[in-house]
Design a protein around this ligand. Sequence first.
Ligand code: 4NP
Length: 159
Amino acid sequence: MSQEKIKVLFVCLGNICRSPSAEGVFLHYIEHEGLAERFEIDSAGTSAHHEGERADSRMRAHAARRGYDLLSLSRPLRYEDFFHYDYIIGMDEANRRTLLERAPTEEAAGKISILTDWAPNPLRDHVPDPYYGGSEGFELVLDLIEYCCPYLVGKMIKG
Ligand code: 4NP
């Protein structure tokens, strides 16, 4: 019998910088670990402002330098996401607040975390929005995501 997939949704504000990167890095990591079959992953934005757009070109360029191809198209968070996904993982406290406000049930609220909750002593306690800053912000996004992803996978697989 095939195992139920672990369903993970990464969320940020625009779904063009941080959450597409989390999706891309996480996917790369689980493929490398031979665990891709165990997961279903996607990303979404709390805002619909960039709906249909590819990831920000600066974010894609920084990710490509580390070997990640960011392919997702921005889409807004949907009501059904709170039922479909097992884990809903934001990037900062504003994302967490918005997710908690929109969670339709207690059970859905219990699925919400932010990425840096998962790892011990991350460089920052959230993944800062890089949109209005320079290249170091995009590098920090990738540093934080790369650091946290193995902890996510470890904890999710062990249950
Ligand atoms: P993201 O970054 O939430 O990591 O996708 C942002 C993208 C767009 C905007 C802000 C943050 N914006 O203001 O348009």
